[in-house]
Ligand binder design. Structure first.
Ligand code: AMP
Length: 112
């Protein structure tokens, strides 16, 4: 997707502070952190949003959870972090390439 911000980050056309990368998954710090630790984990495959996840993507989306949890531990928040997916503009989704937010470092961060 030429017009997708996160596809441009994957392609290296826009810089990001990368925390993890393999052939399927990329993780990088959120540019406007909402918690002391706030990073995004995305599939390199362009999937628009959680509602757009197909059966063939189920394993890939599960991998985001595993990799994100590993990074959370490396970032020192493995004992308490929140995972958020926004689906659709009404829910606050601004970038239409599925992304898992991981936020940590705040005690009992509910509501945000
Ligand atoms: P959402 O509102 O769920 O679509 O989240 C999009 C997230 O992407 C927001 O938390 C933004 O701060 C973050 N973001 C936007 N542009 C960048 C960027 N260039 N690098 C890192 N994070 C970004």
């Amino acid at each position: 997707m030429t017009d997708c911000l996160f596809c441009k980050i994957i392609a290296g056309d826009i810089p990001a502070e990368k925390l993890y990368e393999d052939d399927e998954v990329l993780a990088f710090r959120d540019i406007a952190p909402q918690a002391p630790v706030h990073f995004l984990v995305i599939p390199k495959k362009h999937i628009v949003d959680p509602a757009g996840v197909s059966e063939e993507d189920e394993k890939l989306i599960g991998k985001l959870m595993r990799i994100g949890s590993q990074i959370a531990a490396e970032e020192g928040v493995g004992d308490g972090f929140r995972i958020i997916y926004n689906n659709g503009a009404k829910a606050g989704q601004a970038v239409f390439h599925i992304h898992m937010h991981i936020l940590g470092g705040k005690e009992r961060p509910w509501p945000m």
